[in-house]
Design a protein around this ligand. Structure first.
Ligand SMILES: [Fe+2]
Ligand SMILES: [Fe+2]
Length: 270
C-alpha cells in the first residue's frame, strides 16, 4: 500500500554558471537531488557567459542525471552574449520548464517564476524620475513585478512558490558590498509576493549574500546561489531542500489573493 504523500520536497539551487569545462561537474549533484527531492528549481545563471555551448553542456549534465521535474528562470548571465532565446530553447529541449511570467502546478503546489530585475530596496529603490533611460530602467523592474503578479494570480493552489533570479528583499543580499545592493534585486518584486501570500521564495544572483530572510509580510525568502550555499555549508552538497506540507484543503477562488494561515515550510539543507 502506498501512503499518501504529506510533503513536497522542493530542491533549489541557482548560479551554476556552467562553463565550457563543466562536463561531468554537475551529474553527481543532479543524481543526488533526484534521489532526495520531488522537484528541482534552478534560479538562473545557468551559464557563465550566456553562450549556447555552455547551455548545451549543462543540458547534457541534466539529461544524464536528473529524474525529477525541473523548473527554472533565466538569470542575467543568460543575456550576456545576446542569445537568451537560444539558451532557453536548449534548456527546454533538455526538459527544463522555464518560467517567464508563467505559472505551473506540480502535485497540487503552484510555481510562478520571473527573472526579476535590479533597482534597489525600500527607501533606496530607484524611482521613475528624470531622464528617459532611468524611467526605462525602473519600468523593467515594474514589468517583472507585474509578470510575477499575473503568474501568481493564475494559480489556484493553496501553496504558491515564487522562483526568481534577483532578490525581492534586502536581507538575503546583505553580506555583499553595500554599494551594489541596488544591482542585486528590487523590492518591487516583494509586493505581489506579500499580496498573494506566497509560501516560499527562492532566488540566486547574490553570491555573497545571506541564505535566508523574510519579506515584510513574513514570507520566507531563500537565496540559493550555489557559491553562497557552498560557503555556508562547505561539508554539504550546495542545494537547499524545503519540504512543503501538502494540504487537502479546497483551493482558494481564482484570481483572488488567498487568506488564512500559511503552513510553514520545513527547511533542511541537503
Ligand atoms: Fe550568478
Ligand atoms: Fe546573476
Amino acid at each position: 500500500m502506498t501512503l499518501p504523500k504529506t510533503h513536497l520536497r522542493v530542491a533549489a539551487i541557482g548560479d551554476l554558471h556552467a562553463s565550457r569545462h563543466s562536463q561531468g561537474a554537475f551529474q553527481p549533484l543532479f543524481a543526488q537531488i533526484s534521489a532526495n527531492a520531488d522537484v528541482l528549481l534552478l534560479c538562473g545563471d545557468f551559464t557563465d557567459y550566456g553562450l549556447p555551448d555552455e547551455a548545451r553542456i549543462l543540458a547534457r549534465e541534466l539529461t544524464a542525471a536528473i529524474t525529477v521535474p525541473v523548473l527554472g528562470v533565466l538569470g542575467n548571465h543568460e543575456y550576456e552574449a545576446g542569445k537568451p532565446h537560444e539558451i532557453r530553447e536548449i534548456l527546454a529541449d533538455a526538459g527544463v520548464t522555464l518560467l517567464d511570467g508563467e505559472a505551473t502546478e506540480l502535485h497540487g503546489v503552484g510555481f510562478a517564476g520571473v527573472k526579476g530585475f535590479a533597482g534597489g530596496f525600500g527607501r533606496g529603490a530607484l524611482g521613475p524620475w528624470g531622464e528617459h533611460i532611468i524611467k526605462q530602467f525602473v519600468q523593467e523592474a515594474v514589468d517583472e513585478a507585474l509578470k510575477l503578479e499575473t503568474a501568481l494570480a493564475r494559480l489556484r493552489t493553496r501553496q504558491r512558490v515564487a522562483v526568481l533570479h534577483y532578490s525581492p528583499i534586502q536581507a538575503t543580499v546583505e553580506g555583499e558590498p553595500v554599494e551594489i545592493f541596488p544591482y542585486l534585486g528590487s523590492s518591487r518584486l516583494e509586493e505581489p509576493i506579500n499580496r498573494y501570500r506566497v509560501t516560499a521564495v527562492f532566488h540566486g544572483h547574490a553570491h555573497r549574500g545571506r541564505p535566508e530572510g523574510r519579506t515584510s509580510a513574513g514570507v520566507p525568502v531563500y537565496n540559493v546561489a550555489m557559491p553562497l550555499l557552498t560557503r555556508v555549508n562547505p561539508d554539504r552538497p550546495p542545494y537547499l531542500i524545503v519540504e512543503l506540507p501538502l494540504t487537502a484543503d479546497a483551493p482558494p477562488p481564482a484570481s483572488q489573493p488567498p487568506t488564512g494561515t500559511l503552513a510553514e515550510p520545513i527547511v533542511r539543507t541537503a
